[in-house]
Design a protein around this ligand. Structure first.
Ligand SMILES: CC(C)(COP(=O)(O)OP(=O)(O)OC[C@H]1O[C@@H](n2cnc3c(N)ncnc32)[C@H](O)[C@@H]1OP(=O)(O)O)[C@@H](O)C(=O)NCCC(=O)NCCS
Length: 233
């Protein structure tokens, strides 16, 4: 199993060309996900003008180029939409997650296609970052239900070789501070490690609460990342 962290420098491209190829749309070396799965786009680390032209064709005029962790500067005419500073965190090699906490009557369950409306509702309340109607197809998503209501979830997103990104970590504002996120994270970390892979994740620099939680569970910061988006000409 390839556990080389270099694949984490362009994780969207590594996923779209690899384990997410069945969810990819491509022109030349430009790639993005099918509609509703993710808006992330991939180009080679040092894109040539022809690569930007291919991405523009792929997204269409006025399309949204979500350049996740790719800091290449687009050609003139691509209008900046957002810039967000964040960090990439990785699970240390050989580290084991702590013992699972007692579930306090709220079991961790795997979420299926029928759960998508509730997942979208939770995302609207908790705002963990981008999550679309088909994002669940990227990997396994786990949730916590209390009285039948989904109050927390987390799941697997990017899949560069040897690694799985943990994403959409969120807890309903009314259910925070009860260990739901920590329990879901430990469950996902265990699943990823059991496959012989290592977990990683991305978090906005301003999200100090989430960073503290990830550090407490054992994640280390690998590098700063800049998330940026553009409108195609
Ligand atoms: C971050 C988030 C998922 C935590 O969910 P949660 O279910 O409340 O987390 P837990 O109860 O498992 O918290 C685990 C620990 O982290 C700590 N923690 C959680 N949020 C914290 C915050 N905002 N600031 C400081 N510490 C925090 C808790 O105190 C707890 O520590 P303890 O066990 O020693 O008491 C939740 O605040 C959330 O949904 N935020 C909005 C979405 C988001 O930003 N997601 C992360 C995207 S990268």
């Amino acid at each position: 199993m390839n556990r080389d962290a270099a694949v984490l420098d362009n994780p969207v491209a590594e996923s779209l060309l690899g384990r997410h190829a069945h969810l990819a749309r491509r022109i030349g070396r430009a790639a993005t996900y099918e509609s509703g799965v993710s808006t992330f786009c991939a180009l080679p680390t040092e894109p040539a003008p022809a690569d930007w032209a291919d991405l523009a064709r792929l997204l269409g005029s006025g399309g949204f180029a979500d350049m996740f962790s790719n800091t290449a500067a687009p050609p003139p005419g691509w209008e900046p939409v957002f810039v967000l500073e964040g960090r990439q965190m990785i699970w240390p090699d050989g580290h084991r997650p702590g013992d699972p906490q007692p579930d306090a009557g709220a079991a961790v369950v795997e979420l299926g296609p029928d759960d998508v409306p509730q997942m979208l509702d939770l995302v609207a309340r908790a705002e963990p970052g981008p999550f679309g109607k088909r994002t669940r197809e990227l990997g396994t998503y786990l949730g916590v239900r209390v009285d039948g209501r989904l109050v927390a979830m987390a799941g697997e997103r990017l899949r560069p070789p040897g690694w799985t990104e943990i994403s959409a970590v969120c807890t309903d504002p009314e259910a925070r501070g009860r260990g739901h996120a920590a329990r879901l994270l430990r469950a996902l970390v265990s699943r990823v490690l059991a496959r012989g892979e290592r977990p990683f994740l991305h978090v906005a620099e301003a999200n100090t609460g989430a960073i503290a939680l990830y550090e407490r569970l054992g994640f280390d910061t690998r590098k700063p990342v800049t998330f940026q988006g553009f409108r195609t000409p």
